[in-house]
Design a protein around this ligand. Structure first.
Ligand SMILES: Nc1ncnc2c1ncn2[C@@H]1O[C@H](COP(=O)(O)OP(=O)(O)OP(=O)(O)O)[C@@H](O)[C@H]1O
Ligand SMILES: [Mg+2]
Length: 395
């Protein structure tokens, strides 16, 4: 924009090969062009009869905020221009009469700046769109959780209840022929119940990251509960669960329900994947940063342990003398459904030797350990078997 035709024409000639250039010799004409064309850069002379360049560019900024604005001026107008630049109305100023290189430079920079800003705008829009989609997906997931917990659980409960009643009827005269059917339905219901419970645990763990409730937990009591829950299977397989707790009255800050699930899953795996009559080790070494000795109890042991022997992290280990895990499988065992779809080994039985389940157990275990801020790893045990090692940070 310049009121001098000659200046307009020479600038036009300078740029017309590299850019699409429009000329306007007053503010009104400039605005007309801006309304009709998609203008990226506006170059305006400062001294014009109707308005100054800075005034024009201020208005342009309001109506066309995406434009990059450059002012052409004589040295004497510098104060005004500095202010305009500082207020963001003008991107660059080019001194008049300094030759075409200065102006070329300014326009190149303005074009880069325009492209960058447009790219940023595009990326922000993309991000906002992705965020909106994520929010929608999250809402869907929450809705699915609601539906799954009610709609899936209810029929399972009904099937289980009814088959239990039917099982009683089977005992009555004439009911023998139904026994086989009822057993099958009951088995199916049990599997479905296990599946629904595990699916919900995994989904909930993924969507409610903060859903962990830490409270002091007496490790002995926790492990007793784990043993109680697995004792039927241990007995069936004539296996022994050897529990070690250091110090014996350790109290840890844990989410009791989740850590219970973690240990039951690991012990159940150890039961399944090791031979009849073998021993499974479950040990907890409480870190010094975590355990406290129960009041009124034998506190001498806790306080007499030298600090050097009490690492900060708590280490929980479940080891078996079973089949072991192939080295190539080790990195994948924590993935959901790992090891499934192998009909040879798949079984509804939850404790038979080498019978795999759905492959969700270890995925849940990992999630729950991570919710505690901890890590879990797996390693071979010598001479045979597998060790799962959980490390929990001091809190
Ligand atoms: N202690 C172990 N010894 C040998 N292999 C194991 C052991 N624990 C897990 N695995 C292997 O890792 C796989 C995945 O374990 P995960 O607990 O996730 O699934 P699962 O026990 O088969 O089924 P689910 O726990 O869902 O009922 C198992 O199928 C098995 O192949
Ligand atoms: Mg399992």
């Amino acid at each position: 924009v310049d009121d001098e035709r000659q200046v307009l024409d020479s600038i036009y000639d300078l740029f017309r090969r590299d850019y699409r250039v429009f000329r306007a010799n007053c503010a009104a004409e400039a605005k007309n062009v801006l309304r009709q064309e998609q203008i990226h850069i506006v170059v305006s002379d400062q001294r014009m009869p109707d308005v100054t360049g800075v005034e024009l560019l201020r208005e342009v900024k309001e109506e066309f905020p995406d434009t990059v604005r450059v002012i052409l001026t004589a040295y004497a107008d510098l104060q005004v221009v500095v202010q305009a630049i500082n207020e963001g109305q003008v991107f660059r100023y080019v001194e008049k009469g300094r030759g075409p290189e200065d102006l070329r430079d300014a326009i190149r920079q303005a074009a880069d700046y325009y492209d960058l800003r447009m790219e940023r705008k595009r990326l922000i829009a993309e991000l906002q769109q992705a965020n909106a989609e994520l929010r929608k997906a999250n809402a869907l997931k929450a809705a699915f959780l609601d539906v799954a917990s009610h709609e899936l659980n209810t029929p399972v409960t009904i099937i289980k209840g009814m088959t239990e009643l039917a099982a009683e009827d089977v005992e009555k005269p004439g009911g023998e022929c139904f026994r086989g059917f009822v057993n099958i339905v009951q088995g199916g219901a049990k599997r479905l119940e296990h599946l629904v419970a595990n699916m919900l645990k995994l989904l909930q763990a993924g969507s409610f990251e903060s859903g962990i409730e830490l409270a002091p937990v007496n490790v002995r009591k926790l492990l007793d509960a784990v043993e109680a829950q697995t004792s039927v299977f241990l007995a069936h397989r004539r296996q022994t669960l050897k529990i070690t707790i250091e110090p014996p009255d350790a109290v840890l800050n844990l989410d009791r329900g989740k850590m219970h699930d973690v240990l039951v899953n690991l012990v159940m795996n150890a039961i399944k994947f090791s031979p009849d009559g073998s021993t499974i080790d479950l040990s907890v070494r409480a870190g010094s940063g975590q355990w406290a000795v129960g009041s009124g109890q034998d506190s001498a042991e806790g306080s007499s342990l030298p600090t050097a022997h009490c690492p900060l992290t708590t280490v929980i280990e479940v080891s078996d003398a079973g089949t072991g895990i192939a080295e190539t499988d080790m990195p994948h065992v924590f993935e959901p459904f790992f090891g499934t779809f192998d009909t040879l080994h798949h079984s509804s039985g939850s404790f038979e030797y080498c019978k795999r389940g759905l492959g969700m157990g270890l995925a849940i275990v990992k999630k729950f350990v991570e919710m505690h801020g901890g890590t879990i790893s797996v390693q071979p045990r010598t001479p045979r078997g597998t060790s799962f090692i959980i490390r929990l940070p001091a809190r």
